[in-house]
Design a protein around this ligand. Structure first.
Ligand code: NAP
Length: 545
């Protein structure tokens, strides 16, 4: 029998998103005996790895650490091909996980959750989807990702463009053919830096529209050999332990030296050169411990990379435009394969849109204050409305009908308790929500920690006949303050970036990532749980709080 009009389907839990977060949340809830449904707007599982199919897309965390660790069997069954695998391989992995654990039967694709409203009469969440179906669930969990609401700048005239245009995070499944075309890429963050070298090889001419010159370090990707794979599998338990206890959720990190300014310039050069050769995040993580806290120390690393850029790029004028001036690492560090080398190609040119901003998109291309660039295709690698954007796409309303957006943007500004819950929104949990380590970590590690904490919490509620769990206002005030203080003690807040919300016009500036470290954060969360979910109010009756 089909679903009747106006019928409401009752569930224990509803989870939004079928990426790393949603898949594992479903696995855990099912184990705990909760009747759960996951909703995903895309036509497949994978979250950002389903949607980010742009050329050159790969992970820049080491693959044997960028995966789940909850199942040793899964870890040992799956074999990664290289240090930084392509998007398609990570997507294959997530599909493998969905099949291995038989997750698809509780997973509804092509369905967007449009609204989630807390009903104080029965302490349940009423959920609406774009398919028109209505649900009611005791627990509402968001696994929407921190970087999934695309930022397409509101350029005048985009609709008039006669060529093709794409945003990297909404890339079509069909191959986009750049052969012989005049292509423009706007944006030189992690995404642009990955896409530009690949597009340049195919395009007739590539014009890069750069607003802020970016530090990028070589990824130094390589194919794994049999021994490396075996070693990673044998070391599973130790790698898992280190990832969970470390500062950024990564294992086998070499201890950095205390401070660059305690070393001579010659010693610094040696330390940075070694990290440059090793590739990946080594330059930030394994050189000096105070690079993100001390301006003077930071300048030594910034200058090292600036010199490298000037050695690689042959045309002095282009090299100058590509030389960044902000403090390295205060925008998310980028890792590349032949990014700066690409500007030595004959078919690549660079336009500085900070000096000459984009005025409009015309039918023929992009117009800056300096002239018009004729293009057949435009690629927007312009990033995301990070941290809160994907949550605000759903009309989430808690007590008294107040929406999350109203609470966080119009009122007291974003504040959460541990980044997992927020006052006024009972029985709702956010996986890698604002003010948790989230994107300043190897994200799957943070996801697993939140998922496990949330499912343990719900098991506790059930064991103790607790109907409602809700962050206390004073707990989130305190957590938010702590999060802000830790953030402000570091250099990030001094630079405009998606970290601070400065990339979105009109967005309130706040640093919404907890920088106290993955390991210490985990300990804090576990301690709160061990103390009977300290800082939350727990109600055993159906009475209003
Ligand atoms: P992003 O870092 O925010 O970069 C967006 C780029 O677009 C910046 O260069 C920005 O310039 C430019 N831009 C934005 N609006 C513009 C405008 N109106 N006019 C001109 N230029 C404009 O976004 P992203 O590159 O997509 O990366 C976001 C995050 O996703 C990364 O930091 C990373 O955490 C994650 N990511 C990871 C991987 C990976 O694992 N390898 C790959 C891709 C993304 P400004 O700098 O001046 O704002």
């Amino acid at each position: 029998m089909g679903i009747q009009k106006d019928q409401i389907i009752n569930l224990d839990a509803i989870v939004v998103g079928a990426g790393f977060s949603g898949l594992y949340m479903l696995y855990r809830f099912r184990k705990a005996g909760l009747n759960t449904q996951v909703f995903e707007s895309a036509d497949g599982v994978g979250g950002v790895w389903h949607k980010n199919r742009y050329p050159g897309a790969r992970c820049d965390n080491e693959s044997y650490q960028y995966n789940y660790t909850f199942s040793e069997e899964l870890y040992k069954e799956w074999t990664w091909s290289s240090r930084y695998p392509e998007q398609s391989e990570i997507l294959d992995y997530l599909n493998y996980v969905a099949d291995k654990f038989d997750l698809r039967r509780d997973l509804q694709l092509n369905t967007k959750i449009t609204a989630a409203r807390y009903n104080e009469e029965d302490n349940r969440w009423k959920i609406e989807t774009d398919a028109g179906t209505k649900y009611s669930a005791k627990y509402f969990i968001t696994g929407v990702g921190c970087l999934s609401a695309a930022n397409v700048p509101n350029f005048k005239g985009l609709d008039s463009f006669e060529g093709e245009w794409y945003h990297t995070s909404q890339w079509p499944k069909e191959k986009v053919d750049f052969t012989g075309k005049r292509v423009g890429v706007i944006g030189t963050g992690s995404t642009g830096v990955q896409a530009i070298p690949v597009i340049a090889k195919e395009a007739g001419h590539l014009t890069v529209f750069q607003r802020t010159a970016q530090y990028s370090v070589p990824a130094r990707n390589y194919t794994y050999d049999y021994e490396t794979i075996q070693k990673a599998k044998e070391n599973f338990q130790e790698t898992k332990r280190q990832m969970r206890e470390s500062f950024v959720g990564s294992a086998h990190i070499e201890e950095p030296r205390p401070s660059a300014i305690e070393d001579t310039p010659e010693e610094q050069e040696k330390v940075y050169e070694r990290a440059w050769e090793k590739g990946g995040a080594s330059l930030l993580l394994e050189t000096y411990a105070d690079l993100l806290a001390n301006d003077e120390s930071n300048e030594t690393a910034s200058e090292f990379v600036r010199k490298k850029i000037n050695q690689i790029v042959k045309d002095p004028e282009t090299a100058k435009k590509l030389t960044p001036t902000y403090r390295i690492g205060t925008k998310r560090i980028v890792m590349d394969t032949n990014y700066f080398e690409t500007y030595n190609r004959e078919n690549v040119s660079l336009v500085d849109v900070k000096a000459n901003p984009i005025v409009e998109i015309t039918p023929k291309g992009i117009k800056t204050t300096n002239g018009e660039y004729e293009l057949d295709m435009i690629v927007f690698a312009t990033g995301y409305d990070a941290m809160t954007g994907s949550l605000f796409k759903i009309d989430i309303r808690g007590r008294n009908g107040i929406s999350l957006q109203e609470k966080w943007e119009n009122g007291e500004q974003t504040r959460t308790y541990l980044g997992v819950a927020t006052a006024g929104f009972p029985n709702m949990f956010m996986i890698t929500g604002p003010e948790s380590p989230s994107v300043f970590s190897n994200v799957p590690v943070s996801i697993e920690q939140h998922v496990e904490w949330i499912s343990d919490c719900i098991e506790y509620l059930r064991e103790h006949d607790i109907e409602v769990v809700e962050a206390k206002v004073e707990s989130e005030d305190e957590w938010s303050k702590h999060c802000r203080e830790v953030g402000e003690s570091l250099l990030f807040v001094k630079t405009d970036s998606w970290y601070t919300g400065a990339n979105i016009p009109g967005k309130p500036r706040r640093f919404l990532i907890y920088l106290g470290g993955v390991g210490p954060y985990r300990e804090k969360c576990s301690e709160i749980a061990a103390n009977g979910y300290e800082g939350f109010s727990l109600l055993t009756s159906l009475k209003k709080a």
